[in-house]
Design a protein around this ligand. Structure first.
Ligand code: NAP
Length: 248
C-alpha cells in the first residue's frame, strides 16, 4: 500500500476535509492520529470507521492554536508510535465579518486557529523528523481565498495566505533533509464550515467555477495522500489548487 509503515497526524480530523484526509491516509495504509479540539464523539467515530476497515487510528484532543497543546499532540504521537512521517495541518475556522465590523478577537481567533496552529505543529514535529533522518511530509491546508481574496474574510484570507509564505519558507529550510512541505488550496467543499453560506451564495459560487460544481471530499483527500507518499518525493514548496479551476 502507498503509505504502509507511515505514521500521520491530521489536525482537525473530526469532520469535514480533515476526516476525509484521515480516512484516505488510513485506507492507503498509514497509522493515523485523529486530532480534534472539542468534538470527541465525532473523532472517536472516525477512529471506529478506520478501525472497522482494518486500519489503525487514535483520537487525540489538542487545541492546536495553543503552543503547549500542539507540543503535547506531537509528543503523545511519538510516545505511542515512535515516529511521525506525515503532518497534515488542516484545523481551521472562520469568523466572517467586513473589516469595519471585525473585532480584534475575531482577527486573533482566526489567525491563531488557522496560522499559529501551523507554526505550532511544524515547530513540534520538525526536530523529531530531522533527527530520524527518514525524510517526511508536511501538508498545509490553505484555501483558494488566499489566492483571490474574499470580502468579509480578511482575517481568514490573511491566515491562509500566511500559510503559503510559511510553507515555501519551511520547504527551503527542510529540503536538504528530504522533508517536503506543500500547501493545498481547496475551493468550495461541503462541510460544516461552508454550511453557513446562504443558498444564493452557493448558487453564485458555481457560476465562477469552470467545472460548474463544488468539490467532493475524496477529491481533496486523495491529493493529500499523493503528496504524503513517496511518489511525491520531488515536490516541495508547491501550492496546489483543488478548486474546479476557480482560482486560475
Ligand atoms: N470547506 C471548504 O470549502 C474549504 C475550502 C478551503 C479551505 N478549507 C480549509 O480546510 C480545513 C478544514 O475545513 P472544513 O471545511 O473541513 O471545516 P470543518 O468541517 O468546520 O472542520 C474543522 C475541523 O477543525 C477542527 N478544529 C477547529 N479548531 C481547532 C483547534 N483549535 N484545534 C484542533 N482542531 C480544531 C474541528 O474540530 P473540533 O470540532 O473538535 O474543534 C474540525 O475537526 C480548514 O483549514 C479550512 O480553512 C475548507
Amino acid at each position: 500500500m502507498l503509505l504502509e509503515g507511515k505514521v500521520a497526524v491530521v489536525t482537525g480530523a473530526s469532520r469535514g476535509i480533515g476526516r476525509a484526509i484521515a480516512e484516505d491516509l488510513a485506507a492507503h495504509g498509514a497509522v493515523v492520529v485523529v486530532n480534534y479540539n472539542a468534538s470527541s464523539e465525532a473523532a472517536e467515530e472516525v477512529v471506529a470507521v478506520i478501525t472497522s476497515q482494518g486500519g489503525t487510528a487514535l483520537a487525540v484532543q489538542s487545541d492546536v492554536s495553543q503552543f503547549d497543546q500542539a507540543q503535547a499532540l506531537i509528543k503523545t504521537t511519538l510516545d505511542r508510535y515512535g515516529q511521525i512521517d506525515i503532518l497534515v495541518n488542516n484545523a481551521g475556522t472562520t469568523c466572517d465579518k467586513l473589516l469595519m465590523m471585525m473585532k480584534e478577537q475575531d482577527w486573533d481567533m482566526v489567525l491563531d486557529t488557522n496560522l499559529k496552529s501551523v507554526f505550532n505543529c511544524c515547530k513540534a514535529v520538525a526536530r523529531p523528523m530531522v533527527r530520524r533522518k527518514q525524510g517526511g511530509r508536511i501538508i498545509n491546508i490553505s484555501s483558494v481565498v488566499a489566492l483571490v481574496g474574499q470580502a468579509g474574510q480578511a482575517n481568514y484570507a490573511a491566515s491562509k495566505a500566511g500559510i503559503i509564505g510559511f510553507t515555501k519558507s519551511l520547504a527551503k529550510e527542510l529540503g536538504s533533509r528530504q522533508i517536503t512541505v506543500n500547501a493545498v488550496t481547496p475551493g468550495f467543499f461541503p462541510t460544516a464550515l461552508t454550511a453557513v453560506l446562504p443558498e444564493d451564495a452557493v448558487e453564485t459560487s458555481r457560476e465562477f467555477i469552470p467545472l460548474g460544481r463544488w468539490g467532493q471530499l475524496p477529491e481533496v483527500a486523495y491529493l493529500v495522500s499523493f503528496l504524503a507518499s513517496e511518489k511525491a518525493a520531488y515536490m516541495t514548496g508547491q501550492v496546489i489548487s483543488v478548486d474546479g479551476g476557480l482560482a486560475m
